[in-house]
Design a protein around this ligand. Structure first.
Ligand code: SF4
Ligand code: SF4
Length: 397
């Protein structure tokens, strides 16, 4: 397993990290025994970065990771977990969540602690005003938290503001060859790197979609170059070619995935792709671009919407529905567009003011597209479904 140095603290981190949200399952639920075995096999393969979160698998993810490390392996790895700002309404609430996390993880310190899905400055300011940021800094001084960071799924402009707003120890972004111009994107990656902030990458395969749901034209391009290189390998090698990336997280759910990913992670150095290989990626990105329904680049110039619509976020989920034949598109739509929080950002909250369209360099008829998205992604039972889901989240909290 190759490693890269965290330039801020000299931690030697495995370039492949384990994303603890897609554990093995049995009869529809997480298989705890198999998950613990898989985590331990990851460590044997040299993986030393494990990423979980307060609400992954309804809280089981942290507990399973804690159990897997409880046999003396805790010191061998770095544990990353996340505080969900959308579930925090007071400093005491945040303290309660951390205390639960430490207990689930059976540890008294967290190596990498993230504000989960920090979407924009308003959420960061809220955390600061509540005293959460100051409290995290105190915990860092005490050694309870070793590094403070955030994970991000918002627009390019929001990322630019957030990454420069605080001396972060690290950040975590969604990145892959499909997301070069989406969310933080390539410009966000480069900006973080230029600020000396290590970048952890999530969604390298877009939840598996770059593994098995690619358009046939893309597969043909890959095969024309080399029939033996799998789509997973194309996706991971592209990421590790970037020297600006420290760790790539993969939510592996079986040993075969672990074997394949760790084999690639044992070979792939930064800046090692050939010109011919880079040309394959360029052709693939061109095909994807041509098959994309709404030509949004995710630049974020249309933002902020005065009513809170996450315009590029709506377009991204909608594009995936067609490009990648994403079956869970409605769930992703709700989850990523604030459907479960008090800050909804989905298409139907658009008030048709037209402010956004004046700023779109792609000339997209944003209002018309949002109406189309509302019709296809929401439907008549949307609001009732959300009310039930929010009530469930409240009980869980
Ligand atoms: S037209 Fe809709 S999406 Fe655009 S700024 Fe106005 S409310 Fe927001
Ligand atoms: S809708 Fe236009 S301005 Fe807004 S993010 Fe997409 S391309 Fe940029």
């Amino acid at each position: 397993m190759l490693t890269r140095k965290n330039s801020k603290n000299n931690d030697e981190l495995s370039i492949l990290g384990f994303g603890c949200m897609r554990f093995p399952t049995k009869n529809g639920s997480v298989d705890e025994k198999a998950s613990i075995e898989l985590i331990r096999k990851c460590i044997d393969k040299g993986i030393n970065y494990f990423d979980t979160a307060y609400f992954y698998n309804g809280g089981k993810s942290e507990s399973i990771l804690g159990k897997a490390l409880s046999d003396g392996r805790r010191e061998m790895v770095k544990v990353a977990t996340k505080l969900p700002p959308f579930m925090v309404s007071s400093l005491s609430g945040a303290k309660k969540i951390l205390s639960t996390q430490l207990s689930r993880l059976m540890t008294d310190y967290i190596d990498y602690y993230l504000l989960h899905m920090l979407s924009d400055m308003s959420v960061f300011d809220k955390m600061k005003d509540m005293g959460v940021i100051g409290w995290l800094e105190e915990l860092k001084e005490q050694g309870v938290i070793r590094n403070i960071g955030f994970s991000f799924h918002g627009s390019g402009i929001d990322f630019e503001q957030l990454i420069t707003a605080y001396p972060w120890d690290f950040c975590q972004i969604q990145y892959n060859y499909l997301d070069v111009n989406n969310q933080a994107g390539r410009s966000g990656l480069m900006l973080a790197h230029s600020l000396g902030i290590p970048v952890i990458v999530m969604e390298p395969l877009r939840g598996g979609r770059l593994a098995d749901r690619l358009p046939s034209e893309v597969i043909q391009e890959f095969h024309a170059y080399n029939r033996n290189t799998t789509p997973v390998e194309w996706a991971l090698r592209w990421l590790w070619n970037h020297p600006e990336i420290t760790v790539v997280l993969s939510g592996m759910s079986d040993e075969a995935q672990l074997e394949e990913n760790s084999r690639i992670a044992g070979e792939m150095q930064a800046d090692s792709l050939t010109d011919n290989e880079l040309e394959v990626y360029e052709r693939v990105m061109k095909i994807i671009h041509e098959k994309t329904k709404i030509p949004c680049t995710g630049c974020g110039y249309c933002m902020p919407c005065p009513f809170g619509v996450n315009i590029p976020g709506c377009f991204s989920v909608y594009n995936d529905k067609y490009l990648l034949k994403e079956k869970r598109n409605k769930i992703i739509y709700i989850r990523t567009l604030g459907g479960l929080s008090n800050q909804p950002a989905y298409a139907s909250i658009c008030k048709n003011c037209g402010k956004c369209e004046k700023h779109c360099p792609q000339g997209i008829e944003i209002r018309e597209e949002l109406k189309r998205i509302k019709k296809e992604m929401e439907g008549p039972l949307f609001n009732t479904g959300l009310k039930i889901a929010r009530r469930f989240m409240k009980v869980f909290r």
